[in-house]
Design a binder for this molecule. Structure first.
Ligand SMILES: Cc1cc2nc3c(=O)[nH]c(=O)nc-3n(C[C@H](O)[C@H](O)[C@H](O)COP(=O)(O)OP(=O)(O)OC[C@H]3O[C@@H](n4cnc5c(N)ncnc54)[C@H](O)[C@@H]3O)c2cc1C
Length: 400
């Protein structure tokens, strides 16, 4: 840690967003301090579906090769409770729809990369206050005094205290759904297939993880009403797996739990703006969404990639990375994609998580139309799995 010395960027928060921002800056000459409490209170049992764009970013900054296991998704099956016929999407050849990674693995790889970087100091602490003047942000910490930086990047999550302190309002929408996540063990291989089952109470996703000789694992993300989720959390493993099999059927064979279950209440949050004087909000501090299509981290990565380029270029020309024009430029560059993705995810949740008769009929009709049109099917696959299909991989998708 640098005493009495100014950093270019101080990042507050060391989960997926904070660590990813730091890792992306690891190959630049931007001078960074990452302030994060070292041990997370609970192990994150989620997995993340990483799309092609963010994968390229993780690869370029040296994180991808440090990840122990990233399982490609080559087949997506979409089911709707009122429609017996599934929609199937196949990715052929080299380009999968995306990769499933254990969050603990991703966090470990990011941390390792950040530790190697000469331009990044890791400070085990929390930020308590922040004040900006014309030239600097003064960042008070619990145990390391006050740090000075050109800009504070707040990556302190959806309940961001730093956002609240800065007086930036946020719109929140409660979906009245909770996601139960767990790792499943099963007797049949998953063949790199992701299953997305839309039900009025919320979507149920089974995502491919490991399939080796005697070891077959998939990640479960089961979104349902808070009451049903509370029941699912306390029922015995046997009853839980029996319920699960009612929905997913026999294709995975016998299912048991390979991890503890974890519950994540779901809501949508959008900060009114993503920056203020010498402060920028990152990740869920700025935008949080339903994981219906695994888009939250993917959107964050696209935003962080844009911010990295802006800061790297400013540093090259000796400019001020916290200047109003730098942060406003970032906001302008990313606001449309952020709005578009949040609107699309909210639409998916509302369109698929209800059992109003009119909606249900429209949904069946919509899915049948999608089924008949290859280009609509491709768009639907993008939305349903949060994948971005590049021009090259588009050629290799087979729609059945
Ligand atoms: C069930 C579920 C499944 C998901 N699946 C996917 C998926 O498949 N694909 C995808 O793209 N996205 C997915 N997401 C979204 C993704 O997980 C989130 O976007 C991401 O975890 C948000 O990370 P974050 O770092 O912004 O926030 P958080 O994880 O909330 O981290 C905030 C961090 O800041 C720290 N902190 C708080 N206050 C301070 C302070 N004052 N000073 C310093 N540190 C502080 C906290 O300790 C914490 O470590 C999913 C989300 C859920 C709920």
């Amino acid at each position: 840690m640098k005493k009495n010395c100014a950093y270019d960027v101080v990042i507050a928060g060391g989960a997926l967003t904070g660590l990813s921002m730091a890792a992306l800056l690891a190959d630049t000459n931007v001078n960074v301090a990452l302030v994060a409490p070292s041990a997370p209170p609970v192990r994150d049992r989620r997995t993340t579906a990483v799309a092609a764009g963010p994968q390229t970013l993780l690869n370029a900054c040296g994180v991808w090769k440090k990840i122990n296991h990233a399982e490609p998704i080559r087949h997506i099956r979409v089911l709707d409770i009122g429609r017996p016929q599934p929609l199937n999407f196949y990715a052929h050849h080299h380009a999968p729809f995306g990769w499933i990674i254990d969050n603990a693995d991703l966090l470990g790889a990011l941390k390792e990369r950040v530790r190697e970087a000469k331009n990044i100091s890791m400070i085990d602490d929390v930020v308590t206050r922040v004040e900006a003047d014309a030239h600097f942000s003064s960042i008070a910490t619990q145990r390391h005094g006050t740090l000075k930086a050109k800009v504070l990047a707040a990556a302190d999550g959806r309940q961001s205290k730093l956002r609240q302190q800065a007086g930036i309002a946020a719109h929140q929408q409660l979906y009245k759904q909770t996601a139960i996540v767990a790792m499943l063990s099963h007797t049949h291989p998953h063949h790199q297939m992701a299953l997305e089952y839309f039900m009025p109470t919320g979507p149920l996703a089974v995502l491919p993880f490991v399939s080796e000789k005697n070891k077959h694992h998939s990640a479960l993300v089961w979104s349902t009403t808070p009451d049903a989720a509370a029941d699912l959390m306390i029922m015995t493993e046997q009853t839980f797996c029996a319920w699960l099999k009612k929905y997913v059927g026999e294709w995975l064979g016998d299912i048991t739990l390979a991890s503890a279950r974890q519950a994540w209440p779901l809501n949508e949050l959008k900060a009114e703006k993503s920056f203020k004087a010498r402060l920028v909000l990152l990740g869920e501090a700025a935008h949080a969404m339903h994981p219906i299509a695994g888009q939250g981290y993917n959107l964050t990565m696209r935003n962080l990639g844009a911010l990295k380029k802006i800061w790297r270029d400013i540093k090259h020309t000796g400019g001020d990375v916290g200047a109003h024009c730098a942060l406003a430029g970032y906001h302008r560059a990313r606001q449309f994609d952020t709005w578009r993705m949040m609107t699309a995810m909210d639409g998916l949740v509302k369109g698929f998580s209800n059992n109003l008769p009119g909606f249900s009929l429209l949904r069946q009709l919509g899915l049948s139309v999608v089924d008949l049109s290859p280009s609509l099917k491709e768009k639907f696959a993008n939305q349903a799995m949060g994948t971005e299909i590049s021009a090259s991989s588009r050629k290799s998708i087979k729609i059945v």
